[in-house]
Design a protein around this ligand. Structure first.
Ligand code: FAD
Length: 475
């Protein structure tokens, strides 16, 4: 645990001003991407028409004048002249600092940490609670699998980041939250009290009981531990195969034909190609088509590409069970059995198990109900963002782009809640660019019905993702 240092000296404030709250502007620009490099889905979209509104928000949050707003009435009042007394009364002890607890190092909270460094709220301390001491860029994960980035490049070192930002860090899994007593309980550490809690713990792939209980199934979440988990199993498999090569190719299956699954399959195919491994890659999904949320033109393009790269599809029947005795199989709802030596589980988005212990309103799916202000619907001093939030007002895809865009609203509302001021509302953008890495130096772009499969789409994706993650990598 680290001590917070929330009250910078006047000199330090001067150094830090103006605060850099624009999410992409305070780091050196990454090198221009070269042709021939690749990657996947977009973290941010520089061309999105709603972006200017978001930047207005963050720039406003950066405005030094707003610091004054953060002060309570009492802070702004001049001190009354001291009464003339023979014996001066001892000054009352200062009130204890208010406690903001950020649960989860998700995409929204990473931005909050960064802004806290330059604009800590007065008389307030911030704590980050995270299950792992590294956070990962989901946009870079499949390309890292394909060998396009070294593994460390997609990771954020949270102890370093928190120390840099003056935020206390607790590395533990939160498993209970009681809004009445304002208490959070952990797997190992003592409970923690909060004045405001903010939850950004993401989602997990669907069918957790299944992927938790079979050795050949590897969940893509937690993202920050996926690559080491995958590498251990993959190496074992390759060694077994090299010791006693069978007549059949190794069978690697990706469950999930959404953006993450398709990207992982393409990058995995590239990986096995580079290892010269006799392996087949297959995608399995209950949906009858790949990328059901993308435009028909992109779907057709991706289907052609998958066929060209030799990636097989088993669509239209969901996985019901797994048989991992000797030669592994996935058992589909229609009764079909799909051979599988190794399975990457990247299907759907379900609420993390921990939410069951959070005594807050939930939707039917089990995610936390959030108002457009990002506050929980039961008036408790709890905010929710990223994949963990389901909104009554909108039905949104689970995406890191949206989680990042919620950060300026969360920042202002944390501040306004403490100052007893009206909360701002989050307005989701209606469309955003999606970029899928093909693992070979090209990417597929899908934006407002326009589609492209090109090396410049990869260059754009690479530039966006690298720029985003670099903001949080403290050297
Ligand atoms: C392979 C893959 C690629 C993807 N690519 C893209 C893309 O290119 N663009 C895009 O928009 N979306 C992409 N997505 C979707 C994206 O990853 C999610 O929508 C995004 O991660 C959600 O962000 P978040 O802020 O809600 O939480 P996350 O970024 O998932 O972070 C949650 C954090 O909470 C921590 N945590 C979890 N439980 C607890 C607990 N109980 N206590 C404490 N801490 C906890 C976790 O360790 C993690 O650090 C991809 C997903 C996958 C699987």
């Amino acid at each position: 645990m680290r001590k917070p240092t929330n009250e910078p000296s006047p000199e330090k404030r001067q150094e830090d001003a103006p605060p850099e709250v624009r999410p992409d502007s305070d780091e050196p620009e990454p090198a221009a991407p070269s042709d021939g490099e690749i990657e996947f889905a977009s973290i941010d979209n520089p061309d999105d028409e709603d972006r200017s509104a978001d930047f207005e928000l963050v720039e406003e949050a950066a405005d030094a004048a707003l610091v004054a707003e953060m002060l309570d009435e009492d802070d702004a009042k001049p001190e009354p002249p001291p009464e003339k007394k023979s014996e001066p009364e001892p000054a009352p002890p200062p009130p204890p600092p208010r406690q903001i607890v950020l649960l989860g190092a998700g995409h929204t909270h990473l931005q909050i940490l960064k802004w806290w460094k330059s604009r800590p709220f007065p008389r307030t301390e911030m704590t980050l609670v995270t299950a792992f001491d590294r956070a990962a860029s989901s946009g870079m994960l499949p390309s890292t699998l394909a060998g396009l980035y070294p593994p460390d490049q997609m990771l954020i070192d949270l102890p370093k980041l928190c120390e840099h930002c003056g935020v206390r860090l607790i590395v533990d899994r939160a498993n209970r939250l009681d809004p009445r007593t304002r208490t959070i309980e952990f797997a190992h550490q003592p409970a923690l009290q909060f004045d405001i809690a903010s939850i950004n713990i993401g989602s997990v792939p669907a069918a957790e009981p299944l992927w938790q209980s079979h050795r050949i199934l590897i969940s893509v979440k937690p993202l920050s531990t996926f690559l080491p988990r995958f590498e251990v199993r993959f190496r074992e498999l390759v060694e077994q195969w090299r010791m006693a090569p069978g007549p059949e190719n190794l069978q690697i299956v990706v469950v999930g034909a959404g953006a993450a699954g398709v990207e992982l399959a393409l990058c995995l195919e590239q990986h096995k190609h580079e290892l010269e491994l006799p392996a087949d890659v297959r995608i399995v999904d209950g949906n009858p088509t790949v990328l059901s949320e993308f435009s028909p033109r992109t779907i057709r393009r991706v289907e052609k590409l998958l066929a060209l790269r030799g990636i097989d599809l088993s669509l239209g029947s969901a996985v019901e069970d797994c048989d991992d005795e000797s030669a592994g199989h996935l058992i589909l709802q229609n009764g079909d059995r799909v051979r599988a030596d190794l399975v990457i589980w990247a299907a759907g988005a379900a609420p993390p198990m921990a939410l069951r212990g959070f005594d807050l309103p939930k939707t039917e799916r089990g995610f936390l109900c959030a108002r457009p202000t990002l506050q929980t619907t039961d008036d408790a001093p709890v905010f929710i963002s990223g994949d963990t939030a389901d909104f009554e007002a909108y039905s949104l895809p689970k995406s890191s782009v949206l989680a990042v865009r919620q950060a300026p609203v969360l920042w202002r509302n944390l501040r306004n809640y403490l100052a007893d001021k009206p909360l701002h509302e989050y307005r989701p953008q209606t469309s955003f660019m999606r970029l899928l890495s093909c693992g070979d130096g090209t990417a597929i772009m899908d934006y407002k019905g326009y589609t492209s499969h090109s090396s410049w789409a990869w260059a754009l994706k690479r530039w966006i993702d690298c720029r985003w993650v670099k903001q949080f990598q403290v050297r």
